[in-house]
Design a protein around this ligand. Structure first.
Ligand SMILES: NC(=O)c1ccc[n+]([C@@H]2O[C@H](COP(=O)([O-])OP(=O)(O)OC[C@H]3O[C@@H](n4cnc5c(N)ncnc54)[C@H](O)[C@@H]3O)[C@@H](O)[C@H]2O)c1
Length: 270
């Protein structure tokens, strides 16, 4: 059921790779709620993924941009305003990648060039996106900017490796830029800390199935799905959440505040 929550709003959605991507599901929900947007992803993802299929479905365009390249981002905001015919009300940063994780490097044997790449792609890029938005004067007052995080920013999940540091950077950038954008334009900036989700980025973490099942067992509501996450993002883009900013919002079925669950006790009891 649609509520027209985003009627008249314009935005940019980063990170739709295939139909499992959280950004893909979000694009479909945003369209359903009346929002207009352009899609973007790294040039390499254009070749690997199916983003053009999504663009056809959403009757929109794709603007390639590497989120670590400032000039790409300036071009993205400038072109988006031309295509959408005005300034931007919402931005979704749904980007994550660690070369160390992808190549199976042990946490005690990290390649530091790759570590910096992880931080740049998955954390610093959030700052770059907002700086480009500010420099191009792209944001409307009372706009909303959301990035996706994971609880490994606060608690250790060994296989998450250097992505844990990247998520800590991401959440910190949300607070610092949230202050700045709030003062300047009443734009709010938040991160949503999502349950493990079966996507390309998620399943790239070794031991993902165990992560997923453990979190599901520990959460009184079970894991939040990508569709549930898309719904939450829509609410965060809507005028119903105008005073929420600089927060890391847990979207995890209760995982983060559960000490132990009956299911986990049953599993480990002899
Ligand atoms: N899947 C999970 O378990 C889970 C849990 C919590 C948070 N998240 C976060 O959700 C977000 C979306 O991931 P997903 O799970 O939908 O997986 P996904 O693989 O579908 O999306 C990740 C996206 O990042 C894009 N990307 C990588 N490098 C880029 C660059 N240089 N410039 C622009 N885009 C780039 C990829 O092309 C891809 O579209 C990520 O931030 C991820 O860390 C995922």
């Amino acid at each position: 059921m649609a509520y027209d929550l985003l009627k008249g709003k314009k935005g940019i959605i980063f990170g739709a790779l295939d139909e499992n991507s959280i950004a893909w599901k979000t694009a479909l929900k945003v369209k359903e709620e009346g929002g207009k947007f352009v899609l973007t992803n790294a040039p390499v993802a254009m070749r690997m993924g199916k983003i053009n299929e999504l663009a056809r479905q959403c009757e929109t365009e794709v603007i390639p941009a590497d989120a670590t390249v400032e000039q790409d981002l300036i071009n993205l905001f400038t072109r988006s305003m031309e295509i959408l015919g005005g300034k931007i009300d919402f931005v979704l940063h749904s980007i994550g990648m660690s070369p160390n994780v992808r190549k199976g490097k042990d946490y005690g044997d990290l390649n530091y060039d790759w570590f910096l790449k992880t931080l740049d792609i998955s954390g610093v890029s959030f700052h770059k996106v907002m700086q480009a938005a500010e420099k191009t004067e792209a944001m409307n007052e009372w706009g909303s900017i959301v990035a996706l995080s994971y609880i490994a920013a606060q608690r250790t999940f060994p296989d998450y490796s250097d992505m844990a540091q990247a998520k800590a950077v991401l959440e910190s950038v949300a607070r610092s830029y949230g202050y700045r954008f709030g003062k300047k334009l009443k734009v709010r900036v938040n991160t949503i800390s999502q349950s493990p989700t079966k996507t390309t980025a998620g399943t790239g973490i070794s031991g993902f199935d165990a992560f997923f099942d453990y979190a599901d067992m520990m959460s009184p509501l079970g894991n939040a799905s990508a569709d549930d996450c898309a719904n939450y993002i829509v609410v965060m883009f809507s005028d119903l959440t105008r005073m929420v900013t600089m927060q890391n919002l847990m979207h995890d079925g209760g995982f983060s505040t559960t000490g132990i669950s009956d299911e986990v006790i049953a599993k480990i009891s002899r």
